[in-house]
Structures are given as C-alpha cells and as structure tokens.
Design a protein around this ligand. Sequence first.
Ligand code: TXA
Ligand code: MG
Length: 321
Amino acid sequence: MSTGQFISRCTADAMTLAAAAIAQGHLVAFPTETVYGLGANATQESAVAKIYAAKGRPADHPLIVHIASMDEIGYWADEISEYAIALARNFWPGPMTLICQRSEVAKDFITGGQETVGIRVPDHVVALALLEAAKEIGVLGIAAPSANRFGHVSPTTAQAVREELDQYLSSDDMILDGGPSQVGVESTIIDCTGSNPHILRPGAITQAMIEEVTGLKVTDAQNEIRISGSLENHYAPEATVVLDTTPQSGDGYIAMSDKPTPAGVIRLASPQSVEEYARILYASLRDGDSQKINRICIDQPQGDGLAIAICDRLQRAARGR
Ligand code: TXA
Ligand code: MG
C-alpha cells in the first residue's frame, strides 16, 4: 500500500490544502531545518494518535509542539522563565526546543502525561507557511516528531520520509517536499523549568550560545524528565555502526574529507566541516542501508559545539537498534 500524497511544489494553494488536512485531523509530513517532521493538530487527540500509529511509537512519549512564532508560546506554556524568553527571542525561528511548564491547552496526549511541554518555532519557509496557514484556520500548534519509524534514523529529505512512512499513511495524509534539511540533526532541547537551563538533547544551538544569551550557566543536573531521544536504541540504521575504527574492505566509511579511504572501503561521506557533517550524516547512513552494507565505520568529529550533537547521535547509532 502506497498512499500519502506527495507534494513537491509547495505553492500557496498546496499550503492551504495541507493546513486544511491538519485542521481536519490528517497527518502532514513537512520539512524543517533540522529534520522532517510528521505533523498533526496538537489539540486533537485522534489526530495525534495517528502520529503514534504511523511511527510505531509508544504512546507515553511526549511530542514537540511547533508554532508559527514566539507570540504563541503563551497558548502552550505557563510561567515561562525569563531566560526561556531570551532564548526564544534570539534563536527562534531555529533549531531549538524549549521545555516549559504546560498550560491547560497541552494535554496528556502531547506531554506524555508530564507537566511540561516542548515547543519550537522551526526555521524553514515551508514549515512556517504551513504553521501560518494552519493558524489562520484555528490550529494552535502542530505536534511533530521526526518523520521516521520509531528508533530509526530521522529523515532529512521528503524521499526519505516516503521510504520510512508511506505505507503507514492514508490517502488524506500528505508529504511536503521542501528540499534537504539544512542543519541535519534534531533541535537542541533545553529544559527551561529550573533556575538554570539544562540541555536534554544537544543540537545546533550549543551550550556556549545558550550561556551567552541567557547569562546563565547551563547545568548538568539530572532531572526526572523522560525523553525518548535519550533511549539507547535511537537514530540507528540497519547496518552495524562502529566508531573510530579502521574500516576493512566492504565496510562503509564516514569521516572528514582529510581522511583517506582504504582499499575496498565504500566511502559514504567526506564532509569538509562539522556543519556539512551534520547536514549529510543521516542521508549517508540511509545510503549505506540502501547499498546493503553490513558495517559502517564512522570517525567522530572533533571539537565542541555542533560536534557534540553529532557525537551524541553517533554513539546512539553505534549501540544499534
Ligand atoms: O528537530 C526536531 O526537534 C524535530 C523536528 C521535526 O522539529 N523533531 C524531533 O521530534 O526530533 P522527536 O519527537 O523525534 O524528538 C523530540 C524529543 C523526544 O525525545 C521527546 O521525548 C522530547 O523531545 N520531548 C518532547 N516533549 C518533551 C517534554 N515535555 N519533556 C521532555 N522531553 C520532551
Ligand atoms: Mg525522533
């Protein structure tokens, strides 16, 4: 069964249709600057249930609510801390999710029963056009996890979404094609409920950026927040991933461009910067799977900032599915 409507030209008419689909309780996969999301009306329980069904994701895992601008944060969150506002002002639209005290609009089926809600304004013209069009017809936010089956590698192209999910979508659902995601790893998730910000998932908004804008130290205080992204079996391709090992003939290999490719090794990516590394990583892992490579050797990038986010995902991928 192959059913979701694939929209490659995201015209104003297409956005109106997609927003109507969201308002009517259907699913719309859409591009963001991090990865593609699988969206549903965040106030409609039956619509959100379709996300869990399509992803094969356990129903007690919280979802990020995407909004068109920071003006709408007040619908979803209560008692928003001052530093959370500063982060929103500086980094939205952008690759950052803020965890705040939920308002009564954020129901258990969004928060996984927790008292907090994750909120993000994505930085992608198609995502923002969809969010705006949906807002105009009364949708307060679009819940959207990454548009992959649970535990798999996040999709960074519409084609990858189709390969992951098409058989789980219905003919009323849509996949919007907005080209390859430019950041390539999921948003930084920041718990803003404590006196200091705390990073739950590293991403392109780095600790140094957060500290600079808030004037506060990022704490590494462990807290009780459950986060499916911190489960071990996430972000994994079919292939076995091994880190920082010399590849053997027949292995796939991902490393910075200054590393040579040993004889017989299948080079999957040679990024020249950490930004490029993040952008092409997931597509390279998918490429390895489509070539039926059994083992992919990956050299972790050096440094802090975005390299930390990449290493976080690589270490999870190396633990396998
Ligand atoms: O870049 C991204 O964040 C992408 C794009 C589509 O926006 N979305 C994404 O969603 O990565 P997802 O569901 O694949 O990962 C979101 C993570 C999950 O691990 C979830 O547990 C966590 O965010 N999360 C959501 N709400 C939360 C909350 N209230 N408290 C703690 N963690 C939360
Ligand atoms: Mg995900």
